[in-house]
Design a protein. Sequence first.
Length: 233
Amino acid sequence: MRTVLIVEDEPAMLRGLEDNFRAKGYYVLTAVDGAQALATALKEKPDLILLDIMLPEMNGYEVCSHLREQGRDVPIIMLTAKDRESDIVLGLNLGADDYVTKPFSIKELLARVEAFLRRRESEPLVYEFGDCRVDLAARTLTRAGQDVTLTPGEFKMLHLFLRKRGCPLTQDEIRSTVWGYSLFISVRDIDKAIDTLRSKVEPDPAHPQFLHTIENIGYRFEMPVPHGNRADR
Ligand code: CA
């Protein structure tokens, strides 16, 4: 059974989330402040954490960064009352994977959690999107059967996007994954690297299908659903 830790200090909100996740068959753990959240996450090792940001004792950002410092890579979805981009970017930079802004649809949140867990349980060795085929073992990209040359940095970046497909990625996250915490890589360099990657995977780089810009936040890789999988056909 999948275990979800829900961290929320508003009783009505917590109860609503708890009921919905239980009804979907999750084993639900709860915490009402940051200190309790951290202790529970470390002890119980949930499969996913829904983390409110404004919390007593220790806020959600601190919980997030403590968990990452301890090497825990559990997926964290922030629940944020504010849709201020700077708060979202801060949370993502501290190691959260995604966010929802309140008020949110419980149905959408459940779908997002489900997608997260499914994705995590099945990291494929080969990714296919459009006419691209990425082989992780061979570290190659082919497009319509033709080899496309990627630098090691470009390959790392593409793999990061694929692994975190559907998730927002900030420039800092991209920088630290691809280049480490290099002070010599500027925001402009990252934008340039994204442009180059787009030119190698997008049919029309000026109108990206896969590698989207999210204004004031960063980037998101969207994997199209293969047509063959459509239930209505
Ligand atoms: Ca709160």
